[in-house]
Ligand binder design. Structure first.
Ligand SMILES: [Zn+2]
Ligand SMILES: [Zn+2]
Length: 122
């Protein structure tokens, strides 16, 4: 018992395919595999899937990184301690202190650029 599927082990497609059919993901032509070879191939494919998923997770975490709204630095920390200051953030780089925090990577990159320009012209 085996099956026919995309032979590309770097490709995530693991559905049963017809003879002569091309993989909708990578375009490789379907190949027939014996039971053992198919099992090995599927394992490799699932590894690729797992890696892709982990990559996505890492991307998501990256996007959640906090940036200083003044200089764009990631060197910000939550200045906790006093209850009335529960939402105050502090930046170690520029000394910013306030309730605002940035989570936008693109905007932070722009801020960092502007900030270093400003510093250079001073
Ligand atoms: Zn494929
Ligand atoms: Zn800052």
């Amino acid at each position: 018992m085996g099956g026919r599927t995309c032979p590309n082990s770097k490709c995530m497609y693991d559905e049963e395919m017809h003879a002569g059919e091309c993989c909708p993901l990578c375009g490789a032509e379907a190949r027939e595999f014996g039971f053992v070879a198919l099992g090995k191939l599927l394992k490799e494919k699932w590894n690729v899937m797992k890696l892709k998923r982990e990559e996505k997770n890492a991307e998501y975490v990256m996007k959640r990184v906090k940036f200083c709204p003044k200089c764009g630095s990631t060197d910000v920390f939550w200045a906790s301690g006093l209850p009335q200051l529960w939402s105050t953030w502090e930046c170690r780089k520029c000394g910013y202190r306030g309730p605002l925090i940035l989570e936008d990577n693109k905007m932070a990159a722009k801020l960092r650029k502007d900030y270093s320009k400003k510093k250079a012209s001073q």
